[in-house]
Design a protein around this ligand. Structure first.
Ligand code: SF4
Ligand code: SF4
Length: 376
């Protein structure tokens, strides 16, 4: 079960593609307490609990994060083996003292960064337009000293798509081992963009192979996730998006959404399942169904078992329907599956077994995966 608490809608940045409506709202301890009760009521005893702190910029309210962690760990049903905490920051706020506190509370840190300065400063800027790249790069270097497996998330847009191989080089040069590439789901993607995908992913695939051969493998989300499902013969049901059923997001107001990407302006209307103060049993159901693809093309597609056509928020932004994949996701999934298949064949011939991939669970969440890695 995955629970994301957007504890504040404040942010010190003004990223051009931001989908959060910024204001001064901060989650109250009373709302947080209702959410903690909901988490323990809603999670079946055999399931793990992923709790993510999100924003806005969550580290602006680190004191509140500490309070919520104390509420969770002080709960009568708390079991340290079942609960994982994480937070994702824009990378402008970091200190050794903060890192020690994160470690003390076992909170996994992720940083968002779009890549080298030219790409980072294209979208991720301070409200006055000032560049963020220098401070974020420095903070990634410092954070890696505390969290060597820290994931770094890069968002790419139509204007920066062709630079993805450069993003990989940049992060590898900084020593990042967990690289997550996410397309901007709210951007307008063209057929010309889709047509470029195969060549770009193949270039990334060659870098992936080089990292392996050099004995310094990097986890690159779009490739590793597909290697895992190819080896396993498809996604497990629990790995698919379970928004509104196994996954909930909470706005500072206490409004409940199926996914943090759908909070938007928190108008309490679109996508909203209710307010936590009403009690969890009063929440509306979610129309998303990962097992059901409306799209006729998907139903008969040979790649269906390996495809993320079930991602409800990505689908909604592309087609207006949680259950219908759009053309960019389709093209991206096809290119990623093909690239991963080629890598498996090539590295398989060279004697790499990928047994670590078979043992791993990279799609359950960034948090779960890094939690596993950190414990090793
Ligand atoms: S750091 Fe996140 S919340 Fe802040 S402006 Fe950028 S995308 Fe929006
Ligand atoms: S989104 Fe595309 S690749 Fe995925 S199952 Fe549907 S048709 Fe196949």
């Amino acid at each position: 079960m995955k629970y994301t608490l957007a504890i504040t809608q404040q942010c010190n940045l003004a990223c051009k593609y931001c989908y959060i409506t910024k204001d001064q709202k901060v989650m109250s301890p009373e709302i947080a307490s209702c959410i903690v009760d909901f988490i323990f009521q809603r999670t079946p005893p055999e399931d793990n609990i992923d709790i993510g702190f999100f924003g806005g910029e969550p580290l602006l309210e680190f004191g509140l994060i500490e309070k919520i962690v104390a509420m969770v760990t002080g709960h009568q049903l708390y079991d340290s083996k079942r609960v994982l905490f994480s937070t994702v920051t824009n990378g402008t706020i970091f200190s050794d003292e903060l890192a020690e506190k994160l470690k003390k509370d076992h909170i996994t840190l992720g940083i968002s960064c779009d890549g080298p300065p030219r790409l980072q400063d294209f979208s991720r800027v301070f409200p006055d337009g000032t560049a963020t790249s220098a401070i974020v790069e420095e903070n990634i270097r410092r954070a890696l000293r505390f969290f060597p497996f820290m994931p770094v998330n890069a968002v790419y847009r139509p204007e920066t798509l062709h630079s993805l191989p450069e993003v990989i080089d940049y992060f590898a040069g900084l020593g990042v081992r967990n690289i997550y590439l996410n397309h901007d789901i709210s951007a307008r993607w063209s057929k010309a963009d889709v047509d470029q995908l195969h060549g770009i992913y193949e270039t990334i695939g060659r870098k992936y192979i080089d990292f392996y051969r050099a004995g310094e493998p990097r986890h690159i989300s779009l490739i590793d996730s597909k290697i895992v499902v190819l080896l396993r013969g498809g996604y497990h049901p629990m790995e698919k998006c379970r928004m509104g059923k196994g996954e909930f997001a909470f706005a500072p107001s206490g409004n409940v959404y199926p996914c943090e990407r759908l909070i938007g302006s928190d108008d309490g209307e679109a996508h909203c399942l209710g307010n936590i103060a009403m009690g969890g049993e009063m929440l509306a159901g979610c129309r998303h169904d990962a097992e059901y693809a409306v799209n006729e093309v998907c139903r008969t597609c040979g790649l269906r078992d390996y495809c993320m056509n079930w991602c409800g928020c990505t689908n909604f932004f592309a087609t207006g329907d949680y259950n219908t994949a759009g053309p960019f996701l389709c093209g991206s999934e096809k290119a990623a599956i093909q690239t991963a298949h080629g890598i498996l064949e090539q590295l398989g011939r060279e004697g790499f077994a990928f047994s670590d991939h078979l043992a791993g669970t990279p799609l359950l969440s960034i948090l779960g995966e890094v939690g596993v890695l950190s414990a090793q």
